[in-house]
Ligand binder design. Structure first.
Ligand SMILES: NC(=O)c1ccc[n+]([C@@H]2O[C@H](COP(=O)([O-])OP(=O)(O)OC[C@H]3O[C@@H](n4cnc5c(N)ncnc54)[C@H](OP(=O)(O)O)[C@@H]3O)[C@@H](O)[C@H]2O)c1
Ligand SMILES: *[C@@H]1O[C@H](CO)[C@@H](O)[C@H](O)[C@H]1NC(C)=O
Length: 377
């Protein structure tokens, strides 16, 4: 007997499209494992495509390739039109249609609702999914970093939610932590470098390059967001830190995290254009950082942009770490997480590797979906 996992994918950007490709290219592998993924819906910000009869039909592989092709040209899903057997439902009906799908499949065949969007707006549909007995898989960090009330509802059925790719992309950070937690080994402290961009920036600074030049180079290499301040603000790292802290049972919100931004408020997106920031703003920060790099070096340390989770506090910012430590040896854009617990007391458990990328992130999402197979008939 082949297990069937119906999948509804929200978000069809870099990660979502890779996920669809992985699902198609893993068909024979999954068949050998006795599992089949049935994609029964794909949505972007404006619409949802579904088969006319979701109980009997699925979006076939040819259609999924077409979805990927259309989305990679930057066009909305609407341009696909209702090819034979499929319907395109536009906003706002797409939301009620998604709920109807969750309701229809949740309690019967089961449904994995997969969020590969970068939106706050999926929360409502995810909460509904949990209510209706669906499973939830997230690459999107925003639903898990909203209010405690939303968080509690999302994780109500711990066996039915997976979100490995929200921290460190495909790296098994959450899975490792869950194993430690469930064995009763208390985690005292987590220190992590969880931004590929800031990891790259900090290790380049170590070589004596000015911050302005390093950020320019990172932008040219495509390592940063279109506005590099989205990386330099530390917000994304704070989101990941909050997810880890909540996993450890800490009842915190974003506002309780102390975040050190690498630029002052006066150079913020509301007050300065990206061009102005890169040409005139950031050079003003070079001297201060250079001083900090030198001071760290004279202490046998290097600077890293890290999150530190300890006791009831979560902090995100620049720290001096010993040159000769896993964090200190980190180079380039890898992520790293050090976990200290009773079993890993002096020498932490260290998880390191590529912490971003559409392919790796999507692979993490796919592994999460497969991990839910026992919940499906
Ligand atoms: N890329 C990585 O390396 C990486 C690593 C770890 C985690 N993540 C997380 O993975 C998620 C996806 O990243 P990405 O790089 O693929 O983002 P992206 O390229 O910006 O794609 C986002 C997709 O979500 C869609 N979307 C927006 N609002 C939606 C809504 N309300 N309902 C359904 N779909 C909606 C967008 O639709 P339109 O096409 O219509 O705009 C787009 O297709 C993000 O949350 C990101 O933080 C990414
Ligand atoms: C991920 O996908 C997005 C959207 O297609 C693309 O702009 C970006 O360059 C990709 N990132 C990588 C690292 O390939």
């Amino acid at each position: 007997m082949m297990k069937k996992i119906p999948v509804l994918l929200m978000g069809c950007g870099g990660v979502g499209r890779y996920l669809l490709q992985h699902i198609v290219s893993c068909r024979s592998l999954h068949a050998k494992m006795g599992v089949r993924l049935r994609v029964v819906g794909v949505s972007d910000s404006k619409s949802l495509v579904v088969p006319i009869d979701v109980l009997k039909e699925e979006l076939n592989d040819e259609y999924l390739s077409e979805v990927c092709r259309v989305k990679s040209t930057g066009s909305p899903l609407t341009t696909l039109g209702g090819l034979g057997g499929y319907r395109v439902v536009n906003d706002p009906e797409s939301r009620s249609e998604t709920k109807a799908l969750e309701e229809l499949l949740g309690k019967s065949t089961g449904l994995a609702v997969v969020d590969c969007s970068a939106s706050m707006e999926t929360i409502e549909l995810l909460l509904k999914a949990v209510d209706l007995g669906c499973c939830v898989v997230l690459a999107n960090k925003k639903p898990l970093t909203s209010t405690m009330e939303h968080y509690d509802k999302l994780v109500l059925h711990l066996r039915r939610i997976r979100h490995e790719s929200t921290v460190g992309a495909g790296l098994p950070v959450i899975a490792s932590l869950n194993r430690i937690i469930s064995s009763g080994d208390p985690v005292h402290r987590i220190v992590g470098s969880l931004s590929g961009t800031l990891g790259y920036v900090m290790s380049e600074l170590e070589d004596g390059k000015p911050l302005s030049q390093v950020v320019q180079a990172a932008k040219t290499l495509g390592y940063t967001e279109p506005d590099p301040r989205d990386d330099l603000s530390g917000m994304d790292v704070a989101r990941k830190a909050l997810i880890l802290a909540r996993l450890l049972g800490k009842r915190l919100i974003m506002d309780s995290i102390k975040i050190e931004s690498l630029y002052p408020e006066a150079m913020g997106p509301g007050l300065m254009s990206v061009e102005d920031f890169l040409q005139n703003g950031i050079v003003k920060l070079d001297e201060n950082i250079e001083g900090r790099v030198k001071r760290a070096s004279s202490n046998g340390c290097v600077l890293r942009y890290v999150c530190v989770i300890e006791g009831s506090s979560v902090q995100v910012g620049i720290r001096e770490v010993p040159k000769d430590s896993p964090l200190g040896r980190l180079r380039g854009s890898d992520n790293i997480v050090e976990i200290y617990s009773r079993c890993y007391e002096k020498q932490p458990l260290v998880i390191q590797g590529a912490g971003a990328g559409n392919d790796t992130t999507a692979a993490g999402v796919l592994a999460d979906i497969i991990d839910l197979q026992d919940l499906f008939p």
